[in-house]
Design a protein around this ligand. Structure first.
Ligand code: AP5
Ligand code: MG
Length: 215
């Protein structure tokens, strides 16, 4: 099962990827998570990447493609994977196609602007594991503490209204054209393409995805 999740920030791509990883034992490849954990090593290159992310802009295609290619070819991806946030541009989609890896499903998440802001503002994350919480919708057992490790949770530096607006703008400009691209791929019979109403609860969305994957 090889799955692509596309969608604006805060629409639940990471949350649903984590569900799928637990349910089907296939890894989630979250480019955002990989970039964030890389940038803990403090050198000039990582600092540059960190600045781009914190400004809400997209990192260049070449960096992203190299990073994803390396990850996809690791042994744990043999049975499948979820690509959370890759591809995000048409050149990235072409690069993925050139890797000769057959993608089965492309899932696009949709959510109103108001709810995106609500989701992002309440988000707390545990960087080492990628676990995602929300103050209101998915609170940790103890405020601001990861349920499993007891470590402190973090607010992402790009999770403020100004940066969210920039991320949405980038999404509309560079990522949304992928919807047309993958609709065409579906017409050609290469993939199955679905739109998810991300307004529903995490559990309902999870059930919808399960139904899609057993068809
Ligand atoms: P990335 O980390 O992928 O950020 P994003 O795409 O902006 O998406 P988010 O992680 O913000 O949201 P999500 O959809 O995962 O939502 P989540 O599940 O957390 O990328 C960050 C940056 O890295 C980019 O801006 C760019 O700079 C760079 N980058 C990454 N990939 C790149 C690429 N391919 N090319 C170039 N640059 C790239 O949920 C959000 C909140 O809502 C959480 O608090 C959660 O608990 C809650 N929640 C989730 N689902 C529900 C629900 N159904 N109901 C209620 N609450 C919910
Ligand atoms: Mg995410």
């Amino acid at each position: 099962m090889r799955i692509i999740f596309i969608g604006p920030p805060g629409t639940g791509k990471g949350t649903q990827s984590n569900f799928i990883t637990n349910k089907y034992s296939i890894p989630t490849i979250s480019v955002g998570d990989i970039l964030r954990s890389n940038t803990t090593q403090n050198n000039e290159y990582n600092k540059k990447i960190n600045d781009i992310i914190n400004e809400g802009k997209l990192v260049d295609d070449n960096t992203i493609v190299q990073l994803t290619k390396k990850r996809i070819h690791q042994i744990d991806c043999r049975k499948g994977f979820v690509l959370d946030g890759f591809p995000r541009t048409i050149p990235q989609a072409h690069a993925l196609k050139n890797m000769n890896i057959k993608i089965d499903y492309v899932i696009q998440f949709e959510l109103s602007y108001k709810l995106i802001i609500d989701r992002i503002k309440g988000r707390r994350i545990h960087i080492p594991s990628g676990r995602i919480y929300h103050k209101k919708y998915n609170p940790p057992k103890k405020e601001n503490i990861d349920d499993i490790t007891g470590q402190k949770l973090t607010v992402r530096k790009d999770d403020n209204e100004e940066k969210i607006n920039k991320r949405i703008e980038e999404y509309q400009k560079y990522t949304l054209p992928l919807a047309e691209y993958y609709k065409k791929e579906e017409q050609l019979g290469y993939i199955k393409y679905y739109i998810i109403n991300a307004q529903l609860t995490p559990l309902i969305i999870h059930k919808q995805l399960e139904k899609i994957f057993i068809q």
